[in-house]
Design a protein around this ligand. Structure first.
Ligand code: C2O
Ligand code: CU
Ligand code: CU
Length: 525
């Protein structure tokens, strides 16, 4: 009897202690979140560096084929005056030139890898044969070359290219291996959207980086703890420029924004609250412009927006607002402890656009572009489920295995891909070789600016997103495409899978190529 009493007492004291601790943590978390909402760690940035505009890469043209030369190289770049940071780039020290081709043209690349390690060059968003895709299977050895070629069948859009080296994508992209790939469609020229490259049509790749005391990039590959969202930095680079400004005409300006960060989302807005119009998503123009006052982009997502630089006098300052998630405020606190002053929920100042004096012709955005046929759920013959799991950085419980084919798709089929996020953080889900449409999010129709073509979709915690996708173009039973989380650290830790497109489901699927030499990836921990 007395013994039982004692145990009860201990249990009660323990319970009381737990309640006190939980309450204290909750109070600290709420206070921390409230304080954080008002802070921009890089507020007061000088905006004294002219924004770098990636040069357009000149092709040679013969027999209707545009041939581009790319050299993967290492170098140094002064992100801050006086300090050389070791970097990687294409044809230069950091990032790569902008590649431009029109729908209907054939492109060819001559790519030389001058690094001491293998790499790949993946054409993100491109509809092309899997052997040309530049995924992990198309490895370019140290000192090696690669010559992919394909006809451009994508619509006018802002695509990009980046390293997809097995287990090293995060690090190679972080150090600089990324660039823009713009597709033009002469039929869109009549729309009259701003289209003078670098003047009123500006590519912006936004990236966050962490520097050490000597000015070198800090990169950490291990983010296997579910508390760590991936590699985050506290310094924002736009086209590789820290604290950038850009002089623009005082009229409509088109920004092609690429979230080229490894793990960070941005909620883009203007400091003065001005609205802007989103005209395109990942795969091309929307059906009509959508007026917004902020826009969330997860890693690898793109958006083209039109800003009216005549509407409000003075500069327009592009910022990223703090992002709230259902898991706040606890996750804010945990992240703040893990990466002090640098969690994924903070706001940032990004870029100052300065309207130049003088008269500029007034312009307007058409009320409608071309109609987009929404794919009907009834057209889909196959439904597949992709579960993003918590601990292992896996999909459907499996880390990627380059000798394993996860899904076999019949060419021409329309499918529904259901992506369920059972984790406590968000994951941008990306599919190679296609552009898809979003059917719904947790059963609700997508926002108007998500009704267009996408190749990467932000899947927030606890959400199920249904995608509808038609695998129209290419079949190859020997070479897979990838699907994966585009947080590059998650991808590198195995949150990726492979699918093969076949002409007929009777066909034998047998992977060829250097699958055996591929480094094995072990999921987290
Ligand atoms: Cu942006 Cu699998 O890539
Ligand atoms: Cu891709
Ligand atoms: Cu992820």
């Amino acid at each position: 009897m007395r013994r039982l009493n004692l145990w009860w007492r201990i249990a009660l004291i323990a319970l009381g202690a737990v309640v006190v601790v939980v309450t204290l943590v909750a109070i600290v978390a709420v206070v921390y979140t409230a304080l954080e909402r008002t802070t921009y760690p890089n507020a007061g940035l000088a905006f004294d560096q002219p924004l770098a505009i990636p040069p357009l890469l000149e092709p040679t043209i013969a027999d209707g084929v545009k041939t581009f030369e790319l050299t993967v190289q290492s170098g140094t770049r002064q992100f801050r005056p006086g300090t050389d940071t070791a970097t990687l780039g294409f044809n230069g020290a950091y990032l790569g030139p902008t590649i431009r081709a029109a729908k209907g043209e054939t492109v060819r690349f001559h790519i030389a890898n001058t690094l001491a390690e293998p790499t790949t060059v993946h054409w993100h968003g491109m509809d092309l044969p899997p052997i040309m895709d530049g995924g992990p299977h198309q490895m370019i050895d140290a000192g090696g070359t690669w010559e992919p070629t394909w006809p451009v069948i994508n619509a006018a859009s802002t695509l990009w290219y980046h390293s997809h080296m097995m287990g090293k994508t995060g690090e190679q992209v972080y150090r600089g291996l990324a660039g823009f790939f713009l597709i033009d469609d002469p039929a869109d020229a009549a729309l009259g959207l701003p289209s003078t490259y670098g003047m009123d049509d500006i590519p912006l790749v936004v990236q966050d980086r962490l520097f050490d005391a000597s000015g070198q990039f800090i990169y950490r590959a291990d983010h296997s703890s579910f508390l760590s969202p991936g590699m985050l930095g506290d310094t924002i680079l736009v086209n590789g420029t820290v604290g950038p400004y850009l002089d623009v005409p005082a009229t409509l300006v088109r920004l092609r924004i690429l979230n080229g960060s490894n793990a960070r989302r941005y909620d883009f807005a203007f400091a003065d609250g001005r609205t802007f119009q989103q005209v395109a998503s990942d795969g091309g123009l929307l059906e009509a412009p959508v007026t917004l006052d902020h826009l969330l982009l997860a890693p690898a997502e793109r958006a083209e927006i039109i800003v009216d630089m005549a509407a409000i006098a003075g500069p327009a300052r592009l910022i990223s607002r703090p992002i709230t998630d259902p898991m706040d405020p606890i996750s804010n606190l945990v992240q703040a402890i893990l990466v002090p002053g640098n969690d994924e929920h903070q706001g940032f100042e990004i870029l100052e656009l300065r309207p130049t004096a003088g008269t500029h012709p007034s312009a307007s955005v058409p009320e409608r572009f071309s109609p987009i046929t929404r794919m009907a759920e009834a057209d889909a013959t196959v439904t597949r489920e992709f579960i993003l799991d918590q601990d292992g950085r896996t999909i459907n419980g499996k880390a990627v295995d380059h000798a394993r084919v996860d899904q076999v798709v019949r060419r021409g089929d329309t499918e529904i891909w259901v992506v369920r996020n059972f984790t406590s953080s968000y994951h941008p889900f990306h599919v190679h070789g296609v552009q898809f449409q979003i059917l719904d999010r947790n059963g609700n129709p997508p926002a108007v600016n998500e009704l267009g073509w996408k190749d990467t979709v932000n899947v927030p915690t606890t959400e199920s997103v249904r995608l509808i996708v038609r695998f129209a173009s290419y079949a190859d039973p020997t070479r897979p495409y990838m699907f994966h989380c585009h947080i590059l650290e998650h991808e590198d830790m195995g949150m990726m899978g492979q699918f093969v497109v076949v002409e007929s489901l009777d066909e034998e699927v047998k992977l060829t190529g250097p699958v055996a030499e591929m480094p094995t990836v072990h999921s987290g921990h």
